[in-house]
Structure formats: structure tokens, C-alpha cells
Design a protein around this ligand. Structure first.
Ligand code: AMP
Length: 426
């Protein structure tokens, strides 16, 4: 038997109703902050990710689904292509490619699948979904302002509140900019020199090539060493410090609680200044619901103009897991099951179904070969609220027997009043 590939899964009804509920809430909230939807391709040129996310990150060095495409001619070498492991790089590429700044498009959001070859476990998949947003643009659009960071964070708090997720924690850090990062990297390298030999192979490599990435290490034995390392917070230059203070000031003013965590560096190289994560206690080991940060140099590093930005990605799989709502409560059941009674009634039933559906009634259509008992059984199994009996007598009289499947009450309703009657009972 052929099964879904390890780390991928089918999302089935009624759970899909919960996914749609989450996506609708996100679209609603994002609209109020003037974000617009963008949809970028699922695969991109590999170097888009190696140049932005970074060669030394776990994502690029271990987790990407990469292959060489066929060249046009048989002798021609193909292009290296990768399934997107995240969506910020794709959005910034599109921002540059279409010169979106010329159209004043500075706030974009996306919803879609991402792919990473991680070890699958609860809350961690190889195909997973992210809902993300990017505020990017020329500094004249306010893209560099700490007000933008605070706005994005406040928007996230609003979305989580709207979804009824209350027990979240916002962890906040500043990872500085190239100016302070150079001094900090030196200090880190020096601190790592005497201890690196005792660390895991990844950290030994990181200690030389990209010391900040040591903070991504999950190996338990390395943690006491990492605890002793200097933190970026001690090395921020004056502009970075002022920016970070301003972000915190606005968050406090708008009533969004946060905690500072100077170990938080996020596993992607493009971040500068503000970095953050929202965690949720009930999720267990994979407790990060979402993460993000500022990336002031990303556009330029991909060949675009100076366009500071800040964005985030919500792990939709984990967000859905942390919802209190049950899928059953959100999923829409049929309002009415139409039970055609006897030969020739499929036609009449189809006409009635068409009329009712035009009034936004959810209709499930039975079959004239079914007996009434079978139709009622089907209706109950689907959770329909009403059964509508369509027989020759009803068609002649222009009034139909409408049975409330909860109370058992049955009344005769004229054709023209059916939709209103069914809807008024909801
Ligand atoms: P990142 O793109 O690594 O900053 O991750 C942002 C969010 O995406 C995380 O906080 C998780 O909620 C979610 N996420 C990342 N990787 C996975 C995965 N393999 N499976 C499920 N969710 C993930």
C-alpha cells in the first residue's frame, strides 16, 4: 500500500475547517494593518536560500530538498533548485524582481507550505505550513522605524488573542547589526577558542565560520558551555540599543507583555536588530508557535535596493494544535438533507437543492432509490439539522415536509419559505 511520505500528512475534515478558521482570522487581522497577500513559487533557485538564510545554518546545510533540474539541451547542466524551506527569501526576491516599492507595496503576507528535512516528531514535519508577513520598503516608508517592529508584534498579539490563545510568551532580543556584530563575533570566537574542542562537531565548525550559530545548538552537553559565552546584548552599538529601547517602549505603551532573552538568535543568518519568538506552554518540546525578526540587509544582499524589513512566520500546524476550539464546533454541517421519495423525484430534488444553495443553505442530496429510513440514517450520520422530504404529493401541493432531526418535529413548509425557515433555525 502506498502511504504519505514520512514527515508529511493529510489534513482531513473536520480539521481542515479549523485550518480555514485560522487562515480567515489571519487574513482579517492582517487586513486591518494594511498587509496584502503575496503567493510566491514553492521552488526557487537554490542560491536564493544559501545567500539569505546562510550556508552555516541547519536549514541550508542539512535540511533542504535540493535537486538539479534537467538542462534545456541534453548536454546542458541543469539549474540547482530547492523546495522553499521558508518564505521570507521568496518574498524579498519578488519585492526586488517586481520593484514593489514603486507601487507602494510595503506590507505583504503569505500562507503556504514549506519544506525542511528535519527529524519528524509531534509538531515537527517535513512539509509544514507557515502564515507569515513581511513589512519591507524604503526607509521613507517607515520600514526602519522601531514603530514598525512594535506594530508587527502587536498585530501578532492581536491575532493570537482573536484565536483565543491567551497563554503565550513573547521572547525578545536584539541581534545587532553588521557594525556591532563584527566586534561581537571576535569576542565570541575568542571565548570559543579554548572550549570549542569540547563541543559537538557542528559547534566546532560554527566556532570558526559563523560563531553566532553556536546558539542554535540543541546538544544538551554543550549547553553549560554556551551559557558562559558573551551575549550580543553587551555589544549593541548606540543606534541598535536606541532602536531596541524604542521597540520595548511602544510595546509597553500598547500593553503587549514581553520577556527579554539574550540567547535568542534565531536559526537564520539574515536577521538584524529585533529578533523574537512566541512560545506556548501547552505545546511541549516544540513550543515555538512563531518566530521572526528584522532583516535590514537582506534586500541588498540579494541585489536589491536598501530596503529594511521585519517579518515573522507562524507555524500553522502548531497554531492549530494550540487552539481550544474543536474542529467539530467550527466545521459547518449540512443544514438540510433532501430525501427524494420515489421515481422521478431526483429531478425535483435537484431543482430544490439548486434553489436552496443559492440562498447559502448547505444541502446534501439523497437519491430516489433510497428508502426514507436510509435517508434519515444518512442525514443523522452527517449531522444535518433537517431532512426535507420530496415526494409526488409534496411537489403537487408546492409544500414540503421538513423534519427537525434533533427534536423530531415535522412541519409542512411552502416552497418559497423553505430557505428562510431552514436559516431561521440556525
Ligand atoms: P522559522 O522559519 O525557523 O523561523 O520557524 C518559524 C515557525 O515555523 C516556528 O516557530 C515553528 O512554529 C514553525 N516551524 C518551523 N519548522 C517547522 C517544522 N519542521 N514543522 C512544523 N513547524 C515548523
Amino acid at each position: 500500500m502506498i502511504k504519505a511520505i514520512r514527515g508529511t500528512r493529510d489534513l482531513l475534515p473536520p480539521d481542515t475547517a479549523l485550518w480555514n478558521f485560522v487562515e480567515a482570522a489571519a487574513r482579517d487581522v492582517f487586513r486591518a494593518y494594511n498587509f496584502h497577500e503575496i503567493r510566491t513559487p514553492i521552488f526557487e533557485e537554490t542560491q536564493l536560500f544559501s545567500r539569505s538564510v546562510g550556508e552555516d545554518t541547519d536549514i541550508v546545510s542539512k535540511e533542504m530538498y535540493t535537486w538539479e533540474d534537467r538542462g534545456r539541451a541534453q548536454s546542458e547542466k541543469g539549474q540547482s533548485i530547492t523546495l522553499r524551506p521558508e518564505n521570507t527569501a521568496g518574498v524579498v526576491r519578488a519585492y526586488i524582481e517586481h520593484k514593489l516599492w514603486e507601487r507602494g507595496l510595503n506590507k505583504l503576507y503569505y500562507i503556504g507550505p514549506q519544506f525542511r528535512r528535519e527529524r519528524p516528531q509531534k509538531g515537527r514535519y517535513r512539509q509544514f505550513f507557515q502564515i507569515g508577513a513581511e513589512a519591507i520598503g524604503p526607509p521613507t516608508a517607515g520600514s526602519e522605524s522601531p514603530a514598525r517592529d512594535a506594530e508587527v508584534l502587536e498585530m501578532l498579539a492581536t491575532l493570537l488573542d482573536r484565536l483565543g490563545i491567551t497563554d503565550w510568551t513573547l521572547e525578545l532580543n536584539s541581534v545587532g547589526c553588521p557594525n556591532d556584530r563584527a566586534t561581537y563575533n571576535e569576542a565570541l570566537k575568542n571565548a570559543l577558542k579554548p572550549v570549542a574542542a569540547k563541543m559537538c562537531a557542528d559547534c566546532q565548525r560554527r566556532a570558526v565560520t559563523n560563531p553566532l550559530r553556536v546558539f542554535d545548538c540543541k546538544v544538551p552537553e554543550d549547553q553549560p558551555i554556551i551559557e558562559t559565552l558573551p551575549r550580543i546584548s553587551q555589544y549593541l552599538d548606540e543606534p541598535c540599543r536606541r532602536h531596541f529601547d524604542a521597540v520595548q517602549g511602544i510595546l509597553t505603551a500598547v500593553g503587549v507583555p514581553f520577556t527579554l532573552n539574550d540567547r535568542l538568535v534565531r536559526g537564520l543568518d539574515y536577521y538584524t536588530r529585533t529578533a523574537f519568538e512566541f512560545t506556548h506552554g501547552a505545546l511541549g518540546a516544540q513550543n515555538a508557535i512563531l518566530g521572526g525578526g528584522r532583516y535590514d540587509g537582506l534586500s541588498e544582499s540579494l541585489g536589491g535596493p536598501h530596503a529594511p524589513g521585519i517579518g515573522f512566520a507562524i507555524g500553522e500546524d502548531r497554531l492549530v494544535m494550540s487552539l481550544k476550539e474543536s474542529a467539530d464546533a467550527v466545521a459547518r454541517k449540512p443544514d438540510v438533507y433532501i430525501a427524494p421519495l420515489g421515481p422521478g423525484m431526483d429531478r425535483e430534488s435537484a431543482r430544490l437543492a439548486r434553489e436552496l444553495r443559492r440562498h447559502d443553505v448547505v444541502v446534501e442530496l439523497g437519491d430516489e432509490t433510497f428508502r426514507l429510513k436510509k435517508s434519515f440514517e444518512n442525514a443523522s450520520k452527517m449531522g444535518a439539522r433537517f431532512a426535507l422530504i420530496v415526494g409526488e404529493n409534496e411537489v403537487k401541493a408546492g409544500a414540503f415536509a421538513l423534519k427537525n432531526l434533533e427534536s423530531g418535529e415535522q412541519i409542512s413548509v411552502p416552497r418559497a419559505e423553505l430557505a428562510a425557515k431552514i436559516q431561521s433555525a440556525s
